[in-house]
Design a protein around this ligand. Structure first.
Ligand SMILES: O=C(CO)[C@@H](O)[C@H](O)COP(=O)(O)O
Ligand SMILES: [Fe+2]
Length: 220
């Protein structure tokens, strides 16, 4: 159904020793995108991987690659992720001064541009960027780790952002953190149309059934 949300499993919860198997699992599940969490140990306390991993994953799948940069100075890194084959590059508003300039750089490279907000950043922080974005990623946990519990108050922000974009070009409105069978209905009701799922997806016995469940959140 057209109004079903998209699902993007996050590789953060996969076994990094067997990334190929993780990508195969995502492909077999009929998910829509692959979510790739890049962490630098500065913007967030954790460290994950860089552009080489993205380029290697690019060779294994035609699914869109949704790169979530949780790094300081994303301006210094976006070119490498563009070259690696990212389809979407999302950076944190809190990590930049010139967000508009960075969005234009990403879009000039024919890559879709996204902005992410940590839980303490209000929706109004992106009010001057409505015409410029392809995706807004609302963090529903504090960024840095998988397997955390969704912070319910963050869903208010999803609804506020959805309202702000009425009349502007349609965007992907992504929720990231703590999305699972217990929280998905509230997230989609709030207005999310892209669901990032890390631990719930990789823990599921049947990943295809997990994706079906998440997509059907509002019709069940
Ligand atoms: O960006 C992040 C964490 O900072 C996420 O993309 C996590 O990978 C989500 O994991 P779960 O909360 O679904 O386990
Ligand atoms: Fe993420």
């Amino acid at each position: 159904m057209n109004n079903q949300p998209l699902v993007a499993p996050s590789v953060l919860s996969a076994d990094f020793g067997d990334i190929a198997a993780a990508i195969d699992r995502i492909e077999a599940s009929q998910a829509d995108m692959v979510h790739l969490d890049v962490m630098d140990g500065h913007f967030v306390p954790n460290i994950t991987f860089g552009p080489k991993m993205v380029a290697d994953i690019r060779k294994r799948t035609k699914l869109p690659l949704d790169v979530h940069l949780m790094v300081d100075n994303p301006e210094s890194h976006v070119d490498a992720f563009i070259d690696a084959g990212a389809d979407y590059i999302t950076f944190h508003l809190e990590a930049v001064t010139h967000a508009h300039r960075l969005i234009q750089r990403i879009r000039d490279a024919k890559v879709k541009a996204g902005i992410s907000l940590v839980p303490s950043t209000p929706a109004s922080a992106i009010s001057e960027l409505l015409e410029d974005l392809d995706l807004v990623l609302v963090m529903t946990v504090n960024p840095g780790f998988g397997g955390q519990k969704l912070i319910p108050g963050c869903l208010r922000k999803v609804t506020q952002i959805k309202t702000m974009f009425e009349g502007a070009s349609p965007i992907l409105l992504s929720v990231d953190g703590g999305i699972n069978r217990d929280t998905v209905r509230a997230a989609v009701s709030a207005g999310a149309n892209l669901l990032v799922s890390g631990s719930a997806f990789f823990r599921a016995e049947d990943p295809a059934e997990e994706v079906r469940f998440l997509k059907a959140a509002l019709s069940s």
